[in-house]
Ligand binder design. Structure first.
Ligand SMILES: [Zn+2]
Length: 221
């Protein structure tokens, strides 16, 4: 059975999650690590398995527009997660709060996907007993509108941010600066599109991805 986990947005809205339990370790297995300095997983997600993931699109317009960005995202995730993530031409309907096929993430490109909050994009996902299973992201096409003065780097970061939500990362409780680079976590870019600074995933998200992998072995089975 799929359980939904919270959908979150790039912009300060965290939607209520259903009451869900974190797996316990009755048999004494090591507990999964689900948060740390500047990163956190979305309860009850703990891990990702080794099966490949496929990125698809709600419609052909979304596919045309977002494929170039998502090829970069897929390459990055493949490296960070040690799980093959590929961009396909597949059409997968994206519906908010609805689980897609297993091991898929679908993207929808549209204006004001949440009319009540017209500046927002949002994403969500599903898990099976704590294993990230599928996700969706609605990318606000208004960010491409002339006059908004949003840079390509910011749009790329927005897509990275929302993609991370689809596989179980959430906004961390604290937003420290990386000692080496001075950067705050990309998952902290939540206040407005203007805060989507020009950078890739930071060391904080990399740590989260590493724990999504490592938790496979830590989860009691
Ligand atoms: Zn967000």
């Amino acid at each position: 059975m799929n359980r939904r986990y919270a959908a979150s947005t790039a912009f300060a809205l965290t939607l209520a999650a259903g009451a869900v339990l974190t797996p316990t370790d009755a048999r004494g297995a090591t507990r999964p690590i689900t948060s740390g300095h500047g990163w956190a997983l979305t309860k009850p997600v703990t891990h990702i398995d080794t099966k490949p993931w496929v990125i698809g699109f709600h419609d052909s317009r979304s596919r045309t527009k977002l494929t170039p960005y998502l090829k970069k995202t897929a390459a990055e995730l493949t490296t960070r997660l040690g799980v093959k993530v590929t961009v396909s031409s597949r059409i997968i309907p994206a519906r908010r709060y609805t689980c897609g096929p297993t091991h898929t993430i679908t993207f929808r490109y549209m204006s004001k996907p949440n009319p009540a909050r017209p500046n927002e994009s949002f994403a969500g996902g599903c898990n099976v007993r704590g294993r990230a299973d599928s996700g969706y992201a609605f990318i606000n096409s208004d960010y491409w509108a002339k006059g908004r003065r949003i840079s390509e780097a910011q749009r790329m970061n927005l897509i990275w941010h929302e993609t991370a939500h689809t596989i179980g990362l959430k906004h961390p409780a604290t937003c420290p600066r990386d000692k080496k680079t001075g950067r705050k976590p990309l998952m902290c870019d939540v206040n407005s599109y203007r805060s989507l600074s020009s950078r890739r995933y930071t060391a904080f998200e990399v740590k989260a991805f590493a724990n999504l992998r490592a938790n496979r072995a830590r989860v009691a089975r």
